[in-house]
Write a protein that binds this ligand. Structure first.
Ligand code: GDD
Ligand code: MN
Length: 362
C-alpha cells in the first residue's frame, strides 16, 4: 500500500515536470523554424483603414502618452480612427480633450458609458468603428514603433485572422525578464504551428469582418483578448504573435500578486469557455496541451508531494527535501509560484470572476 503511494506520487511529480518540459522543447524548436506564412507588403495608398479602440478606466496618468504613441507609429493618420471607450471617474476625459485640441488632425471619437467591464467597453466602441481592421489596446501599454504597420501586413495574408504582440516588461526585475523571454518564444512557436492560445490586450488586431462574424468580444469572461484569439483560430484562421509586433507593458510595483492572480483567473476562464469549440487538427495539439498545462498539471505537484510524504519512504522524503532546496533557484521558484497561482485562481473563479477589477497603478 505504502509502496503504491510512493510510486503513484512519484509518477504524478514526474508527469508534472515532464509534460511541460517536453512541450516547451518542441515548441521552442518550432520557434526557430521559418514561417510557412508571411506578411504581405502593401503600398502606402492601399493600406487599410484601422479603428483603434482604447478602453479606459481611470487612465488620466497614461492616456496622453498612449495617444502620442499611436500617432508616432508612422501609420498614415488619415487611415486611423481612434475610439476611446471610457468609464472613468477621474480626469481621463479632460486629458483626452486637451490632447485633441493640440492634435486637430486626428480622427478621435470619445464615448462614455457606465463601468460594466472591459469587454462591454470594447463592444460599445465596435458599434462606431469604421475601419476594416479593428485594433484594441490597453491605455497603459505602448507599442514599439512600426508594430501597427507590421500587424496590418500580417493581416493582409488571407490565412491570418488575428495578430497580437510580443510583450516586453518595464519594471519587474530579472525573473520577470527571463520568464517573458521564454513566454514570448513559446507564443511565436505556437503561432508557427498554427496559432497561439494566449493573446494580449496591449495590442490585438483583428479583421473587422472576423470580429463581427463572431459577435464582438466576450463579456462573460475576463480574458476577452485570449478568448477572441482562440475563437478565431477555431474558425480555421491563424491567430498569431509574430516577432515584429511588440508591446511594452508596465509591471505594477505594488499589488503584483493580486494582478497575477486576476490575470490567471481570466486566462483560465478563457480556457474553460473555449475548450468545447471545434478546432482545426493542426491547432489541437497546441491548444489541448496548453489547456492541460493550465488546468490539470498544476494539481499534480502538491498531490504528488503529499502522496510521497504519506508513503513514509526515505527516498520520498529525500525527493521532497530536494524540491524544497531547489526553491532557492529563481526559475524553479517562479515555476512553483505560478503553479500555486493557477490553482488559487481556479478556486477563486468559483466565487468571483473579477470581470470588473480594481485599478492597479503602474
Ligand atoms: N471602459 C472600461 N471599463 N475600461 C476598462 C475597464 C472597464 O470596466 N476595466 C479596465 N479597463 C481598461 C483599462 O483602463 C486599461 O486600458 C485596459 O482596460 C486593461 O485594464 P488594466 O487595469 O490595465 O488591466 P491589466 O493591465 O491587468 O490588463 C491585462 O489583463 C486583462 C485581463 O485580466 C490586459 O492584458 C488586458 O487587455 C486584459 O483584459
Ligand atoms: Mn494594464
Amino acid at each position: 500500500m505504502l509502496t503504491q503511494l510512493f510510486y503513484i506520487g512519484l509518477s504524478l511529480v514526474l508527469i508534472h515536470v515532464t509534460v511541460p518540459l517536453l512541450y516547451y522543447f518542441i515548441i521552442l524548436t518550432y520557434a526557430r523554424k521559418p514561417w510557412v506564412i508571411g506578411p504581405v507588403n502593401i503600398n502606402e495608398e492601399e493600406l487599410p483603414t484601422v479603428s483603434i479602440i482604447i478602453p479606459t478606466y481611470n487612465e488620466e496618468g497614461m492616456i496622453i502618452g498612449k495617444l502620442d504613441n499611436i500617432v508616432e507609429q508612422g501609420y498614415p493618420l488619415g487611415k486611423i480612427q481612434v475610439i476611446i471607450s471610457d468609464s472613468s471617474n477621474d480626469n481621463t476625459q479632460a486629458k483626452v480633450e486637451e490632447w485633441l485640441s493640440n492634435h486637430r488632425g486626428v480622427n478621435l471619437n470619445y464615448i462614455k458609458g457606465p463601468r460594466l467591464g472591459k469587454g462591454h467597453a470594447l463592444n460599445k466602441a465596435l458599434e462606431s468603428a469604421l475601419g476594416s481592421i479593428i485594433v484594441t489596446t490597453d491605455a497603459d501599454s505602448l507599442w514599439v514603433k512600426g508594430s501597427l504597420l507590421n500587424a496590418v501586413k500580417w493581416l493582409a495574408n488571407e490565412q491570418v485572422g488575428l495578430v497580437s504582440c510580443i510583450k516586453t516588461p518595464r519594471g519587474g526585475g530579472l525573473t520577470e525578464d527571463a520568464y517573458r523571454r521564454l513566454y514570448n518564444a513559446l507564443r511565436v512557436g505556437e503561432s508557427k504551428v498554427h496559432s497561439s492560445v494566449v493573446f494580449h490586450g496591449e495590442l490585438l488586431a483583428v479583421k473587422g469582418s472576423v470580429i463581427r462574424s463572431i459577435g464582438g468580444f466576450p463579456t462573460d469572461i475576463g480574458a476577452d483578448d485570449s478568448y477572441t484569439g482562440v475563437k478565431v483560430a477555431s474558425m480555421g484562421l491563424r491567430a498569431i504573435i509574430p516577432r515584429d509586433v511588440v508591446c511594452v507593458e508596465y509591471v505594477p510595483s505594488n499589488g503584483y500578486g493580486r494582478w497575477r492572480i486576476r490575470r490567471a483567473q481570466h486566462l483560465l476562464q478563457s480556457f474553460m469557455k473555449s475548450i468545447k469549440l471545434p478546432k482545426p487538427s493542426s491547432y489541437r495539439p497546441v491548444y489541448y496541451t496548453e489547456a492541460y498545462i493550465h488546468l490539470v498539471n498544476p494539481w499534480l505537484l502538491p498531490i504528488g508531494a503529499i502522496l510521497l510524504l504519506a508513503s513514509g519512504n526515505l527516498w520520498a522524503y529525500a525527493l521532497v527535501a530536494l524540491g524544497v532546496v531547489l526553491l532557492a533557484w529563481p526559475s524553479f521558484r517562479a515555476w512553483v509560484t505560478q503553479q500555486f497561482i493557477l490553482m488559487y485562481a481556479m478556486v477563486r473563479n468559483l466565487w468571483t470572476k473579477e470581470l470588473v477589477w480594481e485599478k492597479i497603478n503602474k
